[in-house]
Design a protein around this ligand. Structure first.
Ligand SMILES: [Zn+2]
Length: 133
C-alpha cells in the first residue's frame, strides 16, 4: 500500500479546520455532533484525508456512544493501531495506514463476530454512498 506523506502545512490547506484538528492533531469531536453518528446509508466510509476505503456500512452499528461505531474495518491492514496513554487513559488509537490520519480508538467491547468497537470521528470519514454514481 502506498504511503501518503504531506507536510502539516499541506494538510492544513486541504482539510477543514475541524478535520485538521482531529485527523492531524488527534482531536476528538464532541459526542453526538458528528455527521455520521446516526447514518444508516449503505456505502463505504473513506479516509477524509486520502480517500482510502476504511469501513463499510455493514459493519456500522449503533453503540449509543455518540460516535460512528464499527465492529471491523474493510481489511485488517487499512488501519494501524497504537497504544495511546494521552489524557491519563490507556486506549488503542486507530489510524489510517495510508496517510497516518487519526481516526479514533478501538475498544474491546464491541459485538460479535469481532468483539471490537471502532469508535471513529465522523470528521475523519467521508461516506461514499453505494447509490451515488
Ligand atoms: Zn488516510
Amino acid at each position: 500500500m502506498a504511503k501518503i506523506e504531506k507536510s502539516e502545512q499541506q494538510w492544513r490547506e486541504e482539510l477543514s479546520p475541524d478535520a485538521f484538528e482531529v485527523c492531524r492533531g488527534k482531536g476528538t469531536e464532541r459526542a453526538f455532533t458528528g455527521l455520521y453518528c446516526d447514518t444508516k446509508s449503505d456505502g463505504t466510509y473513506r479516509c477524509t484525508c486520502c480517500g482510502e476505503a476504511l469501513f463499510r456500512s455493514e459493519s456500522k452499528y449503533d453503540s449509543g456512544t455518540g460516535w460512528p461505531s464499527f465492529f471491523e474495518p474493510v481489511a485488517a491492514d487499512v488501519v494501524t493501531t497504537e497504544r495511546d496513554v494521552a489524557l491519563g487513559m490507556e486506549r488503542i488509537e486507530v489510524m489510517c495506514t495510508a496517510c497516518g490520519s487519526h481516526l479514533g480508538h478501538v475498544f474491546p467491547d464491541g459485538p460479535a463476530p469481532s468483539g471490537e468497537r471502532y469508535c471513529i470521528n465522523s470528521v475523519s470519514l467521508a461516506l461514499d454512498e453505494d447509490d451515488a454514481s
